[in-house]
Design a protein around this ligand. Structure first.
Ligand code: DLL
Length: 439
């Protein structure tokens, strides 16, 4: 395993020194938040917390959380802690689950973001020798510009494609000798499919690294992508409210995502009680920014389910790791009383070599009972006109789903390429019970 590190000082800092830096930065952030963010000051005052008495990292757990709703209520600029003349960029998350949150960046924030994305890209082995195709969306979404600035920072050559026009993306990938691709994992799948149709000969390309994130994806999906494309695939994590991509990244060990703790403090909490959980336990990821100037957030509840990995990483970085995010606290489906995460369904489906990772899950009510319908595509080489063959396959998948999830799912095997492709984040779960007000 070849190990490449962008910032050898901070990424390898002994924990004691790191903790000193964190405490100083955190205290400064708290004072700024108290003076410049009325919504957070009100929270502190309501709970009778005097931030001037904040002494050790242990005190963090007594501070109130920031929720998405707080940022939404502050729309448009109420979560910005600087005069607007100091803000050089605005990003916004439309949010798959509600109205927008707005995040402001100072020039200093943009500088730090570029450094964090430089760590991310270097962690995967990318360098100034690489040509990077950025196929995350450019715009209010943070993916495109985040990856762009990081790739420029490491001295790579950037090709700012944004999303869409997939045939052209595949052409550019070959013509421009692209070696690194940044996009959502579902878009990478789509690209792989179009490349296959065009009979791309990968041995004639320099393509070697995929940097994927912005949505949950499984180990099975990673294996599938690495089989279809000539790459090693890396998971990157982030969210606009914190900075965008660059919050967590996989190194070459690919055993969890490093969090740049000199900028962000991660905690894992029990989402029901708010209690902080010890390393290793699974719960909701909470992040405090300690260097952000534009939109600092304290104990932000990400809604993402993860755990802290306490063991040191084989790469030598001292930065802690989080487990890859498989789910959000709010995407757990309760089906006839059974808790099911969409990622469990994906893992079960992708354990069948006959299936493609293109699927859709639809939940409805039938005679007051929950009903799950799953449409999934069959790989072209296994799609047959023989009803008997497909029926047998369908039965064994349904059995597997029942064994793993404890519920019956109605499966429909679909023709290859019949489910709509996306170029950004995919939307694989449609819960019609909510729409109908039936839950
Ligand atoms: O998705 C930022 C980003 C861009 C991350 C490009 C990685 C790459 P938002 O649009 O605000 O920001 O969405 C953030 O997406 O809370 C997670 O639920 C989900 N998410 C992001 N990365 C991952 C990942 C960007 N690697 C929300 N695995 C987060 C699972 C992810 N979920």
């Amino acid at each position: 395993m070849e190990i490449t590190i962008w910032d050898e000082y901070y990424e390898l800092l002994p924990r004691k020194e790191l903790e000193k830096i964190q405490l100083n930065r955190l205290k400064r952030t708290l004072i700024r938040a108290y003076h410049n963010l009325p919504y957070y000051r009100h929270k502190l005052e309501a709970e009778g917390i005097d931030i001037h008495r904040f002494k050790t990292m242990q005190d963090l757990k007594h501070l109130p959380f920031t929720c998405k709703e707080d940022l939404r209520r502050a729309y448009p600029f109420g979560a910005i802690a600087e005069p607007l003349r100091n803000i050089v960029r605005i990003h916004s998350s439309s949010g798959s689950t509600g109205s927008a949150t707005v995040v402001g960046y100072t020039a200093g924030d943009i500088e730090i973001w570029a450094e964090l994305m430089a760590r991310t890209l270097t962690g995967s082995g990318a360098s100034e020798e690489d040509i990077v195709q950025v196929a995350f969306g450019y715009g209010l979404f943070t993916g495109g510009l985040g990856a762009h600035y990081g790739a420029e920072r490491i001295g790579a050559t950037v090709v700012p494609m944004s999303t869409g026009n997939t045939a052209r993306q595949v052409q550019i990938l070959q013509d421009f000798n692209i070696s690194v691709l940044c996009c959502t994992p579902s878009y990478a799948l789509y690209l792989a499919e179009v490349a296959q149709e065009q009979k791309v000969d990968w041995s004639k390309t320099r393509f070697r690294i995929g940097i994927f994130g912005a949505e949950p994806w499984s180990e099975e999906m990673r294996a599938d992508l690495e089989q279809k494309l000539p790459i090693q695939a890396f998971d990157i994590y982030g969210l606009s409210e914190i900075i965008g991509p660059g919050v967590g990244f996989e190194c070459q060990a690919r055993a969890g995502l490093h969090v740049s703790e000199d900028h962000f403090i991660p905690e894992i909490i029990n989402p029901d009680t708010g209690e902080v959980l010890p390393p290793g336990e699974t719960g909701e990821l909470v992040i405090t920014t300690i260097t952000k100037e534009g939109t600092p957030v304290i104990r932000y509840r990400t809604g993402d389910v993860s755990s802290l990995i306490p063991e040191p990483c084989a790469c030598g970085r001292t930065l802690t790791r989080i487990k890859r995010i498989k789910a959000r606290t709010d995407d757990m489906l309760i089906i006839r009383g059974v808790n099911v995460y969409p990622s469990q369904i994906e893992s079960a489906l992708l354990s069948f070599k006959e299936l493609e990772p293109h699927y859709q899950i639809v939940i409805t009510k039938e005679n007051f009972m929950d009903r799950v319908d799953i449409k999934v595509e069959v790989a072209p080489e296994f799609f047959s006109d023989e009803v008997k063959t497909l029926e047998k396959l369908k039965q064994s998948i349904e059995e597997k789903l029942r064994a793993e999830l404890n519920i019956h799912c109605h499966l429909r095997l679909m023709e290859p390429k019949s489910i709509e492709r996306t170029s950004g984040k995919s939307n694989r779960v449609v819960d019609l019970r909510k729409k109908e007000g039936l839950t």
